[in-house]
Design a protein around this ligand. Structure first.
Ligand code: C2E
Ligand code: CA
Ligand code: CA
Ligand code: CA
Length: 279
């Protein structure tokens, strides 16, 4: 833990320096994306609360920084957004995930569903669905339905026609859409009822206050009820202990994700979780 904290301090100092000259940050990240090959995807399992079976994974970007070690997305994605690098990064992510999916496919493994986080900018970029289709084509992946997307709930609120079109085209192409960070601040039921998503992900801030905080419990129950009524899946993220898992099970939450089940891991380690694909 001390190591983690020191690394954070070093990182913050480094970020401050670079904030003063965004070009520096941009160059570092551009190098990391390109020649330096320092970025990698990790995959975190989502499992059934009933029997622990793997339902899918979430793809999370990591930066293996030469001086700072392994940085999690929280430590650099916001900066990538601030310096306008997020589109480049998202393209890199898409190709990296598709390459990995194809590798599993070729190995005869069933990757289930791998969810990629979509930045807000991509959601209203009308060229995005075509770029996804082209990237799938390039990768040679046959199971295109393995690729799903997580979008933030504030994206739904600003639902411009352009964005609705992007999301419905992605769904139309067979990709599952998951509404991430549900309840984080903007959640409004009427957006959801007319939105078209396949699953809701309960924000970890609620999950982490289970089972004792009555407001969080009420929020979680409301989402589960809503999921049942709309006929869509619900995933709880940030499950860290047995009491939280028990509470989620008792309330009928079908899918779980969090450190208790597994940390985000490299593709190689995830392979051990995957079953042979059915013909
Ligand atoms: P998110 O989509 O809400 O991702 C969940 C975050 O919670 C991840 O942090 C994950 O490592 C962490 N997490 C998982 N289980 C637990 C747990 O049990 N307890 C706790 N405390 N945390 C847990 P990470 O990887 O740092 O990602 C942070 C955010 O960065 C993500 O939030 C997502 O919004 C964004 N992000 C991550 N990867 C990508 C990417 O490839 N592209 C884009 N555009 N954004 C990404
Ligand atoms: Ca997510
Ligand atoms: Ca989330
Ligand atoms: Ca988040």
């Amino acid at each position: 833990k001390t190591d983690g904290r020191n690394r954070c301090v070093v990182f913050e100092g480094w970020m401050r320096e670079h904030a003063e000259q965004q070009l520096g940050m941009e160059r570092d990240l551009r190098d990391a994306l390109g020649v330096e090959d320092q970025l990698e995807m990790h995959y975190q399992p989502v499992v059934s609360s009933e029997d622990g079976r793997l339902l899918g994974t979430e793809a999370l970007i990591r930066w293996r920084h030469p001086e700072l070690g392994l940085l999690s997305a929280d430590q650099f994605v916001p900066t990538a957004e601030a310096v306008g690098m997020v589109r480049l990064m998202d393209n890199w992510v898409l190709d990296a995930v598709l390459r990995q999916l194809r590798e599993w496919e070729v190995a005869g493994l069933d990757a289930r569903r791998v969810a990629v986080n979509l930045s807000v900018a991509q959601c209203s970029d009308q060229t995005y669905p075509a770029r996804v289709a082209a990237a799938i084509e390039r990768s040679g992946l046959r199971h295109r339905e393995w690729l799903s997307f997580e979008i933030l709930e504030n994206v739904l609120i600003d639902d411009s026609p352009a964005q609705q079109q992007v999301l419905s085209q992605l769904r139309g192409a067979g990709h599952r859409l998951i509404l991430d960070d549900w309840g984080r601040g903007y959640a409004r039921l009427h957006y959801l009822s007319r939105a078209s998503v396949d699953a809701l992900k309960i924000d970890k801030s609620f999950v982490q206050r289970l089972p004792d905080d009555p407001r969080s419990l009420a929020a979680v129950r409301t989402v589960l009820q809503l999921g049942r009524e709309l006929g869509i899946d619900v995933i709880a993220e940030g499950v860290e202990n047995l009491a939280q898992r028990q509470c989620l099970r008792d309330n009928g939450c079908p899918a779980l994700q969090g450190y208790l089940i597994a940390r985000p891991m490299r593709a190689r380690e995830l392979t051990a979780w995957l079953q042979p694909a059915r013909a």
